[in-house]
Design a binder for this molecule. Sequence first.
Ligand code: ADP
Ligand code: MG
Length: 695
Amino acid sequence: NIEELFETAEQRRKKEAEARAAAAKSEREKIAVGRSQLPVYPYRDQLLKAVEEHQILIIVAETGAGKTTQVPQYLHEGGYSAAGKIGCTQPRRVAAMSVAARVAYEMGVKLGNEVGYSIRFEDCTSDKTILKYMTDGMLLREFLSEPDLASYSVMMIDEAHERTLHTDVLFGLVKDIARFRPDLKLLISSATLDAEKFSEYFDYAPIFKIPGRRYPVDIYFTKAPEADYIDAAVQAVMRIHVLEPDGDVLVFLTGQEEIEAMEEMLRQRMRGKGTQLAEMIICPIYANLPSELQAKIFEPTPPGARKIVLATNIAETSLTIDGIKYVVDPGFSKQNSYNPRTGMESLVVTPVSKASANQRAGRAGRTSAGKCFRLYTAHSYENEMEDNTVPEIQRTNLGNVVLMLKSLGIHDLMNFDFMDPPPAETLLRALEQLYALGALNDKGELTKLGRRMAEFPLDPLLAKTLLASETYKVSQQIATVCAMVSVGSSIFYRPKDKAVYADNAHRNFARGGVGDHMALLAVYDGWAESGFSTQWCYENYIQVRSMKRARDIRDQLVGLMERVEIEMVGDPTDIDAIKKAIASGFFYHTAQLRKDGSYRTVKHPMTVNLHPSSSLNPPRREGQPIIQALPRWVVYHELVLTSKAFMRTISEIQPQWLVEIAPHYYDRKELLDAEGAGKKVPKGAKARAAMDVAE
Ligand code: ADP
Ligand code: MG
């Protein structure tokens, strides 16, 4: 019977299923082997025992030991998930997403089911979620709806050594609830050895130390300071690629723009070198990188090729990439800086601390001996770098956190149990700012407006802008503007070889000198009108990924606005109303034109400049900007400090609006004086301004 020679369909299906099961089994075995090789693995049972015996435990182990990916799994295996969720905070969004994806993979479940993550504007969890990774900021927000964290059995405050603002505030909150929730287990985990401080703070909680494995790393310094560290980093990478044996390279840069610039430069250097040099695989990693691309940095490097990872300081301790043998460290990171006296807040490219530099170097010696090339001198390391990074709480605006704590019913902020208290001046300034915004009354109590503002996962200035959109009847437009500014600076696409076309396309959105906020609105509305078309984005040199993110954020903001009963209305042509709403939140961020084309901030005089990317930059004549074409008064979204202080995302305003919007903060006379002091303002403009103010 010839049919017997052939498999039946059923037999074939069975065989295929067996093959799949075998493949899955070998995959599972591979994962299990990988997990058992991590430094934390031998301590698994001891760790579970320590957790059982102590309510609060400090865990210290080097980066890559398996704290973040393994410990929550051990706790789950140890039965803790039966009593509630196991939470794990991360200071960075990318880390929360990436680590959750890794753990879901290790557990063989779909991300978002048993293992999920929650970051601002993106909740990838479900009712099934038992291991929840989240940013520290999201846990802080969870306190608003669940002040006792009742749905959790364990909370792990991870990467505690990073001492981000939100982590520091969480310390105080979790320490407090641990007192009245004896069933809640608290883990504080850190990559560095100054764990005594954490222990002391948590009433001398025991420290569980996991010894690391580290290979020696040779450290090289430059002989003289580098004028351009990006250029120097490119050269260093090329030298490694040409001269050094196999092994991947990790370069630390300060942000997306630098990473993109360096990627471009490396590609140019490699062009046409395909046959002479080994393949170079360039992998960028930064906060706004879409998750599909984030996974790329973890893919094993094919034999013969070399991976170059261009990272922000996320790769310092939050993410571990196997196979790194060379580290290139220019020695900088972007940090918040805040001057409580002037209320001036900015992002500054700052030299890293020695502790950071040593963490960075350590990344080269995880799997074998490595090398670290520091693009600064041994002298500056010894004499100019701080020992430790100053905790963020001491160098940032606290408006957000104060609003949150007030909403949690914590009134006495001066006596809040901070590990390192913020400067009293910074706290006072935050209270004052919230008062000026109308979020607090003169007794420091939350107003109805403040309560509504706290509903939004936004900076108080943006939250106020959203609420003011109600008054000016432009809530539709302001929802868009707030979503667009929340996406950050990655909306406009400007490839170097097509910069002229891109600039032309972008100029279209700001026609008539309407300003950057209106341009953002025009981009979004244009895209929406095209039916959210990808083609439209290509044609207009707009990053489609950023736009999709803006749409997600906008949808969520609209949901929250409906919850606080803001009617969604608006007229896109009422530019003044839109700008007034913005100024209602950002009246702190106002500046006045000076004769030389720079600006002076209104309240606490400081020289600031239009960011080169602003659509308000006037045309140039013989290389010089035509100053007459500059707006006299502006409101800006943020300050960026690089070679100078730059205002980014700017709109023109009328000075008399300030009196209307914030009468307790600006008075007519003061603005007139400011106008008088600005004698250098072009004459016609000055006369007009004086009239405006006097109206
Ligand atoms: P720690 O938190 O102690 O620094 P982790 O738990 O983050 O350590 O990392 C443990 C191991 O898991 C590392 O070897 C790392 O390479 C690996 N790992 C973590 N995330 C991923 C990922 N997304 N893809 C592949 N490997 C990962
Ligand atoms: Mg970790």
